[in-house]
Design a protein. Structure first.
Length: 405
């Protein structure tokens, strides 16, 4: 009993300090943070003393609000840190480069396109998208479901060719590209294509010149190749490489840096005028390349001009461009990245599985970073779908084969 009184005295003393700060400050944001601190302390105290909290959820017409006014001091508050563009971007091309986190990105973008009922350019099967011969007999791709001459979005595996994208995409589309540090990319690619290379390790592939060049279509300067570089396997020409990269950096609107995935998504969300619920994701085909041994000697050989130096120069310039973005210089931005990462994990592991089980939507409450977010059954089903499942949804949607989503 004495311990309870002592804890109560300490709790009340701290509350007095918080109350004094609350009434003395004119800073509304600080007031809200003090309220948040008070709510957390109150909950911790009651839990420690074995006191029962009153129910926190309440029903409404759209689902369950998982907070109350008392627990969420941001309720009714318009977030000031959101700097969205004036108009939501609904036309984009994603250069889906293998082993750069592109399957995860495909699930995010395809979900957005399906939600907004956009016209999508897609092949009719799980295959490479070849736009070169659209009038050829037996064409395997389509634009739809509404407009069959110009699409809003493309996000499948395809080599970027500006004249073809301009021809088949609506004017003003945004270009998104994902990039990855070339050594980590190579290790992941060798692991992924293990059956095709006789299950050689990445190190064995580098030191087996015949095997590397025999399989060059999978491993040789693959990232810059997907951006449309015409000579990925030929002799090295520094001026040619630099000129191409400079042109592409001026053309690309969003860089998804694999090593800073969540930060890249937040920047895209803000520039595109999207919402948090548009960029929630479940990681696809996650491979920890640090578990695959790769010596310094192998790394140096991989980045020689006879091998993947073009990819290294390309990555270095993209990486430098990404880090030069003004958002990254604000400490508050990195606070938001940490918040989004934690929230996304919570949505993937707790909220969406619960929604799929109970078939009831919920509302994530307003915070300093976003307005209220409505999580629905169909949204969670798509968020937790594998890449192949969403690909089937897109094919069904475009070719009007019925809703499989």
């Amino acid at each position: 009993m004495g311990t309870t009184k002592q804890n109560l005295f300490i709790f009340l003393l701290i509350c007095q300090v918080l109350a004094l700060g609350f009434f003395c400050t004119r800073n509304n944001v600080l007031k809200k943070r003090l309220l948040t601190a008070f709510g957390v302390m109150r909950k911790e105290f009651r839990a420690k003393e074995g006191l029962v909290e009153r129910p926190t959820g309440k029903e409404n017409s759209t689902g369950k609000d998982i907070s109350t006014d008392e627990e969420n001091p941001w309720k009714g508050y318009t977030p000031t840190k959101i700097s969205h563009s004036a108009e939501e971007v609904k036309s984009f091309a994603f250069i889906k480069v293998p082993k750069t986190g592109s399957s995860t990105m495909y699930t995010i973008l395809s979900r957005f396109a399906l939600d907004r009922k956009l016209d999508i350019i897609t092949p009719d099967r799980h295959s490479y998208l070849d736009l070169d011969s659209p009038e050829a007999k037996g064409k395997t791709w389509e634009i739809g479901p509404k407009n069959h001459s110009k699409g809003d979005v493309v996000m499948h595996h395809a080599i970027y060719k500006n004249y073809l994208y301009e021809k088949y995409l609506k004017k003003g589309y945004k270009l998104i590209v994902s990039v990855r540090e070339p050594v980590a990319w190579f290790k992941s690619a060798v692991h992924h294509y293990g059956n095709a290379v006789g299950h050689k390790t990445a190190e064995q592939m580098v030191f087996d010149a015949h095997a590397f060049h025999h399989n060059r279509i999978m491993f040789h300067n693959r990232q810059i190749h997907y951006l449309g570089f015409k000579n990925p396997y030929g002799s090295f020409n520094m001026s040619e490489v630099k000129d191409f990269i400079a042109k592409m950096i001026n053309r690309v609107d969003i860089i998804i840096l694999n090593e800073q995935y969540d930060a890249s998504l937040l920047i895209m969300m803000k520039k595109f005028g999207w919402k948090y619920s548009d960029i929630f994701y479940s990681k696809m085909r996650l491979v920890n390349t640090f578990q695959h041994p790769f010596s310094d000697k192998a790394a140096k050989k991989l980045l020689l001009k006879e091998y993947n130096l073009k990819d290294k120069i390309y990555y270095d310039e993209m990486n430098k461009t990404w880090w030069a973005q003004p958002e990254l210089k604000e400490e508050s931005f990195w606070d938001e990245v940490a918040y989004f990462t934690a929230l996304n994990k919570r949505v993937m592991s707790n909220e969406c599985p619960g929604i799929l089980k109970n078939k009831h939507p919920i509302i994530l409450p307003v915070t300093q970073y976003h307005g209220s977010l409505n999580l629905t059954f169909i949204m969670c089903k798509r968020i937790l779908s594998e890449w192949g499942g969403l690909m089937d949804c897109v094919i069904s949607y475009v070719f009007k084969q019925g809703d499989q989503c």
